[in-house]
Ligand binder design. Structure first.
Ligand code: UT7
Length: 325
């Protein structure tokens, strides 16, 4: 039987840190509100010349190193991002160029926070159908470039980061089950219109500063809890594993209260949830691979552990994956 396994992970965070105290100088907010309502203390902000693909290059190098895989062995690159360097060429192609790879496919994936789980699902399918042996999933986001820093309901949440994973064909169990869903009728709950063709066609009347990320946070919150919990429970059942078999949950982290509600529904204690939101903020697609990488490098998460991932993001879309590392 052919399976696909994550055999290496990597993470990169820009040097600059934005604290709650910094945000208090920018909008009407306070540290206590941010910590109690979101769980976030700090987030990273990319430098002006620090491109998404450059951050992803650093994370990808770490993932390849851990996996013991050379760039020349990669059969394809999937790059979940909503903040690519450019619209064209895509970030995956730019990263492939940086890695010196010529030939294998390279495409971006616009699934916001659910991007990593969707990429895992695609990589799993490519590997199981025999089309690829080794796939690099590299994610990078510069959410700071699309955040409205006068909107206190969103600017406190987001951070910049890159995360990567090498997925390879194996005869041992790896990815056991994945689910991904979308419902475009919720598109007005979380969106970013700037630089899309509708914006560009009307750029004489639309102001780019008004077209940054917009979110109806409370509505998104309720949907996120329900969709992440339901999908995680369904994907766990599909995997054949039980809640007790899961060593760690590595969730998307938009808000600690969402994560706690999902963990409760899954009957998993918070000691079995890998958290990096407190230091990194909500980084969209890189959140899951960076949290996983931090878990592995700290020695908490080990190869052989059973992992449950769940995410929810703009689209709206959501998904979950159960795997053995
Ligand atoms: O990444 C995937 C998608 N994103 C998410 O899943 C994010 C989901 N949503 C959230 O995390 C939360 O809804 C937020 C953190 C965005 C907001 O927290 P909330 O507990 O849902 O607050 P709220 O929007 O219901 O607002 C409650 C109050 C309001 O004041 P009034 O109307 O009660 O006087 C807000 O104006 O909190 C106020 N508020 C703030 N106060 C201080 C909103 N943002 C802030 C702030 N500082 N930064």
């Amino acid at each position: 039987m052919l399976y696909s396994r994550i055999i290496g992970t990597g993470a990169y965070f820009p040097e600059k840190i934005l604290t709650n105290a910094d945000l208090m100088k920018m909008v009407d907010t306070d540290d206590k509100w941010i910590v109690e309502r979101t769980g976030i203390h700090t987030r990273h902000i990319s430098a002006k010349n620090e491109a998404t693909s450059e951050m992803a290059y650093e994370a990808a190098k770490e993932a390849l190193d851990m996996a013991g895989v050379k760039a020349s062995e990669i059969d394809g690159i999937i790059f979940p991002t909503i903040t690519p360097d450019y619209i064209l060429p895509c970030a995956a192609a730019v990263l492939g160029g940086r890695l010196g790879i010529s030939g294998p496919f390279a495409f971006d994936l616009n699934m916001a926070c659910t991007g990593f789980i969707c990429a895992l699902n695609i990589a799993d399918a490519f590997i199981k159908n025999g089309q690829c042996k080794t796939i690099l999933i590299a994610t990078g986001e510069r959410l700071s470039t699309v955040t409205n820093y006068s909107d206190r309901a969103t600017c406190i949440l987001f951070g910049d980061a890159a995360g990567a994973a090498v997925v390879r064909a194996d005869t041992k169990h790896g990815i056991r089950s994945c689910s991904i869903y979308a419902d475009g009728s919720y598109g007005d709950l979380l969106y970013m219109h700037g630089m899309g063709s509708t914006y560009l066609a009307n750029r004489d009347t639309m102001n780019l500063d008004d077209e940054m990320i917009v979110m109806k946070g409370n509505d998104v919150f309720k949907l996120a809890v329900r969709a992440m919990s339901d999908t995680a429970a369904e994907t766990l059942e599909k995997s054949g594993l039980k809640s007790d078999d899961i060593d760690f949950v590595v969730p998307h982290q938009a808000n600690i209260r969402i994560v706690e509600a999902v963990a409760k529904r899954l009957e998993v204690g918070m000691d079995r949830v890998i958290i990096n939101l407190d230091r990194r903020g909500n980084c969209s697609a890189p959140t899951i691979p960076t949290a996983l990488d931090e878990g592995i490098r700290s020695g908490k998460v080990k190869f052989g552990d059973n992992i449950l991932m769940a995410a929810f993001g703009g689209g709206m879309n959501w998904g979950a994956a159960v795997l053995t590392l």
